[in-house]
Design a protein around this ligand. Structure first.
Ligand SMILES: Cc1ncc(COP(=O)(O)O)c(C=O)c1O
Length: 391
C-alpha cells in the first residue's frame, strides 16, 4: 500500500471552480491588487477575527513585512524558536536583525518558560512560532512581552485554522504572519502569505510598503518593495478558505487515531500531548520514535512517505555559524531532531492507510504484523473532534 505525503493532485483534481473565478478575473483585467485581492483579505480577516489583513507574495514576505512594521532592524534581536523552518530566522536576518533562539518544549513549541532568560537590552520583539500547526503558550508569551515592552509577532505560517481558547492563531500578538504555501492548511497553487493586525497605523504602513511605498500612483511616502499577492492566487485562496474548518477536523480525527494507536508502544514511541483548549491545524503530524533512522527507512521501504521536520535544528545549520551557538545549547530540540518522524495524516488519508502505518510501525518494533484496533472507527474520532471544534 502507498501512503503519500503529498495530497495536492487530489485536492486540486477538480479545477473547474477555480477556472470560473479565473475567468472572472481575466475579464476584469485587475491583475495587481484590486478587488479580488481585497475581497479575499476581507474574508480572511473575518475568518481569523482580525481588523486588518494585508496579503503578500508568500509567508516569508509576511514575516519580513511584520518585522519591518514593528521597526526591527540592524542592531536588534528577535527571540524565536530554534526548531522552526528556516524562513522564521531568515526573515529576521533579512531585516538586518539577529535571531536569538529558545529551546522547545515536549509539544515541539517554543518553551515560554525560557523566553525571559533570552531577553537582552537589544531585544526588539518576541517571535513565537505555531510549529507544525499547533500553538505555544501565547497568553503567557504576550504577557511577558507586555511586561518587557516588547511586541509579539506570531509566525502562524503553518497554522491557519488553529485556535487556542477559541481565538485564532496569529491574533494574539501585535502582528501575525501566515503562509499559503501548497503544504499549509490554507494553500494556493503556488505561493501566498498574509499579515494580520488590529493596529490601524501598522496596517496602513504595511499596505504602502508592500506596494512600493505608494501613497497614490504619482507619489511615494516611503521606500517600499513589491510583496503583492497575485490575484490568481487570491481566487484560489478564497475558495480553499471555505474548506479549512473541515480539513482541520479531518486531520485532527486522523491525528487522534494515530495518537491512540501509537500509544500501544510506549517503550518505543512518544506521542505529543494535546491541550484541551487548543485546536491544532495539524499541518504536520509528528511523534518521537526510538531507532528513528532505521524506522524511517523501513516505513519508506513499505511505501509510507514519512519525513523528518527537521533533522538539523537551526543553531546547528551552517548559516547560523556566526551566531555562536554550539551543540548542547538546545538539548530538547536536538533530541527531538534525532527522534522525530512526520507521518502523513492529511485529509485524504483513509482509515486503511492509518491502520497500515500503525501495523508497519508495530511490525518494526515487535516483529509481528498485527494491530490492536484502538477504536471501532475513525468516524468515532472524527465525531468527537467535530464536537470539540464546534464548541
Ligand atoms: C514556520 C514557518 N515560517 C515561515 C514559513 C515560510 O512560508 P513561505 O514558504 O510561504 O514563505 C513556513 C513555511 O514554509 C513555516 O513553516
Amino acid at each position: 500500500m502507498k501512503v503519500p505525503f503529498n495530497y495536492l493532485p487530489q485536492q486540486f483534481a477538480d479545477v473547474e471552480p477555480f477556472l470560473a473565478g479565473w475567468r472572472e478575473l481575466a475579464a476584469s483585467g485587475e491583475f495587481t491588487l484590486g478587488p479580488f485581492v481585497e475581497r479575499f483579505e476581507a474574508k480572511f480577516a473575518g475568518y481569523v477575527g482580525a481588523r486588518h489583513c494585508i496579503s503578500t507574495n508568500n509567508g516569508t514576505d509576511a514575516l519580513i513585512l511584520a518585522l519591518k512594521a514593528a521597526g526591527v532592524g540592524p542592531g536588534d534581536e528577535a527571540i524565536t524558536a530554534v526548531n522552526t523552518f528556516y524562513a522564521t530566522a531568515g526573515a529576521i536576518v533579512a531585516v538586518g536583525a539577529r535571531p536569538v533562539f529558545v529551546d522547545c518544549d515536549h509539544r515541539y513549541q517554543i518553551d515560554a518558560a525560557q523566553i525571559a532568560a533570552a531577553i537582552t537590552p537589544k531585544t526588539k520583539v518576541i517571535l513565537p512560532v505555531h510549529w507544525a500547526g499547533a500553538s505555544p503558550d501565547l497568553p503567557r508569551i504576550v504577557q511577558l512581552g507586555k511586561a518587557h515592552g516588547l511586541k509579539v509577532i506570531e509566525d502562524a505560517c503553518p497554522a491557519v485554522g488553529a485556535r487556542l481558547g477559541g481565538r485564532h492563531a496569529g491574533t494574539f500578538g501585535t502582528l501575525g504572519a501566515f503562509s499559503m504555501h501548497p503544504l499549509k492548511p490554507l494553500n494556493v497553487m503556488g505561493d501566498g502569505g498574509m499579515v494580520v493586525t488590529d493596529d490601524d497605523a501598522l496596517a496602513d504602513w504595511m499596505r504602502q510598503y508592500r506596494n512600493h511605498g505608494m501613497a497614490d500612483r504619482d507619489h511615494i511616502d516611503i521606500w517600499g518593495v513589491n510583496m503583492r499577492l497575485q490575484p490568481l492566487q487570491a481566487v484560489v485562496a478564497s475558495r480553499v478558505l471555505d474548506t479549512v474548518a473541515d480539513l482541520v477536523r479531518q486531520r485532527n480525527g486522523n491525528a487522534l487515531y494515530l495518537d491512540q494507536g501509537l500509544r500501544q508502544w510506549p517503550d518505543f514511541v512518544t506521542v505529543v500531548e494535546r491541550c484541551a483548549n487548543h485546536i491544532e491545524a495539524q499541518q504536520l503530524y509528528m511523534a518521537a520514535f526510538q531507532r528513528r533512522d532505521a524506522l524511517l527507512g523501513f516505513l519508506i521501504s513499505r511505501g509510507i512517505e514519512a519525513k523528518v521536520h527537521y533533522p538539523v535544528p537551526l543553531h546547528l545549520q551552517k548559516a547560523a555559524a556566526s551566531l555562536g551557538y554550539r551543540r548542547g545549547d538546545f538539548p530538547v530540540a536536538e533530541r527531538q531532531a534525532a527522534e522525530l518522524i512526520t507521518l502523513p495524516a492529511h485529509q485524504f488519508i483513509s482509515t486503511q492507510q492509518l491502520d497500515y502505518m500503525l501495523e508497519t510501525i508495530g511490525e518494526f518494533y515487535t516483529g509481528k504484523r498485527s494491530l490492536t484496533r484502538m477504536a471501532e472507527s475513525v468516524a468515532e474520532h472524527k465525531t468527537a473532534e467535530t464536537l470539540r471544534v464546534n464548541r
